[in-house]
Design a protein around this ligand. Structure first.
Ligand SMILES: [Zn+2]
Length: 168
């Protein structure tokens, strides 16, 4: 797991301490003053696989983590939107393209990561490919040209492999 270093109770400001509440579950952060249990839950994110011109759209990150590396467009699902809406929003923000969700490719989760990713195959409806605020560039890669050694995240690598049905 990535380090999450919460120290204070969000309800009363008391100190949080790690406690084993149930034998078969992980330790929980518990407020030593009011007893509030601070559950650290998975975060939900989406990936938008956008086929275009016989290839796939990738974006190069201009922020950490993964600065300068390529990823499948995507991001965290906001509270109050559906996952499909998040796919359309993130695709628009990161590539300038208006897409429609076609189908769920696969769900990815990793023991070392807090993020659960839903990868969707989309179809471009409109728009020109342009990099968003958090990208250095956006471009289409033919399957044989995908820069595997410069892909930032396991989820991007795994979803590209699954999309193109390559063996890992
Ligand atoms: Zn408290």
């Amino acid at each position: 797991m990535q380090d999450i270093d919460y120290r204070f109770c969000p309800l009363c400001g008391g100190s949080l301490a790690e406690r084993l509440l149930k034998p078969r579950e992980p330790k929980r952060l518990v407020c030593t003053d009011c007893g509030f249990i601070f559950y650290i839950d998975p975060k939900l994110a989406v990936l938008a696989l956008i086929p275009l011109q016989g290839g796939i759209v990738l974006v190069r990150r201009s922020i950490e983590p993964g600065y300068g590396l390529w990823v499948v467009p995507g991001g965290f699902v906001d509270l109050g939107e559906t996952v499909e809406e998040a796919v359309v929003r993130e695709a628009q923000e990161e590539t300038g393209l208006t897409v429609r969700v076609e189908r769920l490719l696969k769900v990815y989760s990793y023991r070392h990561s807090r993020t659960v990713l839903l990868a969707y195959v989309t179809r471009r409806l409109d728009g020109e490919l342009v990099a968003g605020d958090e990208e250095l560039e956006a471009r289409v890669f033919a399957p044989r040209d995908i820069p595997w050694s410069l892909i930032a995240f396991s989820s991007s690598r795994d979803s590209l492999k699954d999309f193109f049905s390559l063996s890992p």
